[in-house]
Design a protein around this ligand. Structure first.
Ligand code: BTN
Length: 256
């Protein structure tokens, strides 16, 4: 597999001094690898791509089951936003916009097309870049199915990008995402979620749909607030769901 590492570097290095691109044939998980490096004091900006992950991770401690043909990578960089809330929504909006108009965002960090899951985002942070510094080393992990995965291991039916873009090639997809992602992360660092709210809302998969939370609460989703918290109208009135530990599903589909 040939990766356009140099072209990516040329687009991103002017935005992010010290940036490198690294492709590994195999690793347990690109997020885990960048977390190990961060713990060892390696806090430089890097795009780490894995051709295969043996232990890909999803949100809430779940496994990430991608297709054999999946694009899996993590972008690691120091970030110091005043408010972290809504970061995964900003990343999701950026990825969806770069890929295809049909892609919707399922709060807080999945990319869906017609109720099928195309991609997932796992954001983790590690130690401050400098002892006592304000920021944290931020690892933005993204897994995008290119082919539609087969099998039963999915709580949401999966979809591959090639159903929308038959020629989609992992290198070209990565090249289309890298610089927009870095620009969005830097805009988020400066301005927070505010500028991304309308972009998220334009693709909100749950908007005005009945939903069920993992604690059993049912209601109707009404978009997100200025911090990216999900607004759900329940029997008790309008509630905000901010916790990343909560799962939200369209009512009628099984909770994972
Ligand atoms: C989810 O669906 O809950 C998030 C999935 C995130 C998967 C990506 S693949 C690259 C990076 N490395 C991982 O182990 N996970 C993320």
């Amino acid at each position: 597999m040939r990766w356009p590492a140099e072209a990516i570097w040329e687009q991103v290095a002017p935005l992010l001094p010290g940036f490198t691109v690294e492709v590994l044939p195999q690793v347990d998980s690109t997020n885990t690898e960048l977390m190990r490096r961060a713990r060892a004091g390696r806090l430089e900006p890097v795009l780490l791509v894995a051709e295969r992950q043996s232990a890909g991770r999803g949100r809430l401690g779940r496994q990430w089951h991608g297709s054999d043909a999946a694009l899996t990578f993590s972008l690691g960089l120091p970030l110091a936003p005043a408010d972290w809330s809504g970061l995964s929504l900003a990343v999701g909006a950026t990825v969806a916009e770069a890929l295809h108009p049909a892609i919707r965002l399922k709060w807080p960090n999945d990319l869906w097309v017609d109720g099928r899951k195309l991609a997932g985002i796992l954001i983790e942070t590690a130690a401050p870049p400098q002892a006592g510094g304000a920021g944290r080393y931020t690892i933005v992990g993204i897994g995008i199915n290119l082919a539609t995965p087969a099998g039963e291991a999915f709580s949401t039916p999966p979809l591959g990008l090639r159903e929308l873009l038959p020629e989609a090639d992992p290198g070209a997809v990565l090249l289309s995402l890298a610089a927009p992602l870095v620009r969005s992360l830097q805009a988020f660092e400066q301005f927070g979620f505010g500028p991304f709210r309308a972009r998220f809302s334009a693709r909100d998969a749950l908007s005005d749909r009945p939903v069920r939370l993992s604690d059993g609460t049912e209601g109707t989703a009404h978009g997100v607030d200025e911090h990216g918290a999900l607004l759900v109208h329940t029997a008790a009135g309008m509630t905000t769901v901010a916790s990343a530990e909560v799962s939200v599903r369209p009512a009628g589909s099984p909770l994972p």
